[in-house]
Design a protein around this ligand. Structure first.
Ligand code: NAP
Length: 256
């Protein structure tokens, strides 16, 4: 018996085997859920298909979160295949490489808007599309991925920190809108992990090393730990939790 037995999940944001989204997808499969993955573009499709096969997940189609047509197609395909949806993982973020170094002050209007659209607005768009499918199941749970740079000024995180602050605020307002339908939504704030996205952040290793040295657990966060907490937040084990930012960061966020 798994904590996700009989549930259907959509996981958005798998780029490769190191993706935090893949760790959640793996854990959801291990806990009994049917899992659907999406990919962004042909290059990633080639990576995502074998990963889906590896864990027994379905590839439901292409999804660029800035494309409303693809969002509609994804949820229509889910409806057709599963009749509803219980769990949604949003693990998508983007900022221009130049805006993840030096001075935040220099970000331009276009880059600011694009980072906010992909990293924060996309959660609202996916939650809106998921609402009727979750309602059909009598409720559901949504998890997005955040970082401590949302609430503290972390060197070089810059534009992404501002987008994560917006993302965490979106979680709270979406929790208010969706709660009456039994739909929960939370942010999982993960510690630093070496992934495709994080490689764009200047001095990422210094940041990760600092966390290892100063955190109460005195080690790096393991990617599987994001998978496990993701599965808990998505499952009924966390039925009383919504609108929260939950830290999976080996305790770093409590250190003064
Ligand atoms: P990742 O493996 O690179 O995943 C990021 C995903 O976002 C990729 O699949 C990427 O696809 C996708 N994406 C970007 N723009 C998109 C768009 N327009 N439409 C659809 N997908 C798009 O890196 P990750 O570290 O696991 O990131 C997942 C989430 O965790 C992000 O929200 C990130 O900010 C968050 N997070 C990461 C860390 C960390 O240290 N790694 C810590 C805390 C939180 P492309 O590769 O095609 O752009």
């Amino acid at each position: 018996m798994g904590i996700a037995d009989g549930k259907t999940a959509l996981v958005v944001g798998v780029a490769n085997e190191k993706s935090l989204a893949f760790s959640i997808a793996q854990e959801l499969r291990a806990q009994g859920a049917a899992v659907a993955l999406t990919y962004q573009g042909e290059v990633l499709e080639k990576r995502v298909r074998p990963l889906a096969a590896q864990i027994g997940a379905e590839v439901i189609g292409e999804l660029d979160v800035t494309n409303d047509g693809q969002i509609a197609e994804t949820f229509a395909a889910l409806h057709k295949k599963y009749g509803g949806l219980d769990m949604l993982v949003h693990a998508v973020a983007f900022a221009e490489r130049d805006d993840l170094r030096d001075r935040f002050l220099n970000v331009n209007r276009t880059n600011f808007a694009r980072a906010m659209e992909i990293s924060a607005y996309s959660l609202v768009a996916l939650a809106r599309a998921a609402e009727p499918l979750m309602e059909a199941r009598g409720g559901g749970s949504i998890v997005t991925l955040s970082y401590i740079g949302a609430v503290r000024a972390i060197p070089n995180y810059n534009m992404m920190g501002v987008a994560k602050a917006a993302l965490e605020a979106c979680v709270r307002y979406l929790a208010m809108d969706l709660g009456a339908k039994g739909i929960r939504i939370n942010a999982l704030s993960a510690g630093p992990a070496r992934t495709l996205s994080s490689s764009a952040i200047r001095d990422f290793f210094t940041m990760a090393h600092h966390v290892e040295e100063r955190s109460p657990l005195k080690r790096a966060m393991k990617i599987e730990e994001v998978g496990k907490m993701g599965a808990v937040l998505l499952s009924d084990l966390s039925s009383g939790v919504t609108g929260q930012t939950v830290y999976v960061d080996v305790g770093y966020s409590i250190v003064g």
